[in-house]
Design a protein. Structure first.
Length: 210
């Protein structure tokens, strides 16, 4: 297992809640009736996906977060993180991200790989979450090729009862990918997050939530 404070935080950091409704999770080629309950907005654009990402973090809803990630999702770690924690490797895969977020969103204290107590995160807020460039196609030589990407300025705050507030500041490069989904007999593009590149100032903090 691998992780960083970025994932403690960024894993301790934006996706959507479903108020008393069902999570909308489209399947390829499957025509599903639209439930009458209030739904998570269909991620029919890159921007809607990012809005859902932010809401899920702020509501600390693991089930929604899980639904937004592509099966090939990876987080690309900073060189400083890799050098300081060589056992972590260069990336975090989907399974590692899901474990981190499950622990982070639980609202319960957990223990790190060394058995030390990690204080629970009670709330997550976004002071800054601003897109800096328009969505564009990633090139074959990109760290995540053949996807769409954009760069965001971010400031994330993670409140912990009885402990200091964790803060992530800097930039994150988000990568997304679209796939066909049949909704109400109509084929639409459904966007999923396929990766992110940590460019924050908090990328080499404690690896506590892996």
């Amino acid at each position: 297992m691998k992780t960083t404070k970025f994932l403690l935080l960024l894993a301790a950091v934006a996706l959507l809640i479903l108020p008393a409704g069902c999570i909308f999770s489209p399947d390829d080629g499957e025509d599903k009736p639209t439930p009458t309950e209030e739904l998570i907005p269909f991620a029919g654009s890159e921007d809607q996906l990012m809005a859902n990402f932010r809401t899920a973090y702020e509501d600390m809803d693991y089930s929604i977060f899980e639904d937004l990630l592509h099966p090939d999702f990876i987080t690309i770690l900073q060189n400083s993180t890799i050098q300081e924690f060589p056992d972590v490797g260069t990336t975090l895969d989907l399974a590692e991200e899901l474990r981190i977020h499950d622990r982070m969103f639980s609202g319960q204290p957990v223990t790190d790989p060394d058995g030390a107590l990690v204080q629970a995160i009670s709330s997550i807020s976004f002071d800054i979450f601003e897109q800096q460039v328009t969505w564009a196609d990633s090139q074959p030589n990109d760290v995540i090729p053949n996807a769409r990407f954009s760069l965001y300025d971010v400031t994330f705050l993670f409140d912990r009862p009885g402990a200091s507030t964790l803060k992530v500041v800097g930039q994150i490069k988000f990568y997304v990918a679209g796939r066909d989904s049949v909704v109400g007999g109509v084929t639409k593009t459904y966007w999923e997050m396929i990766g992110q590149q940590d460019l924050t100032n908090s990328g080499k903090s404690q690896l506590a939530l892996r």
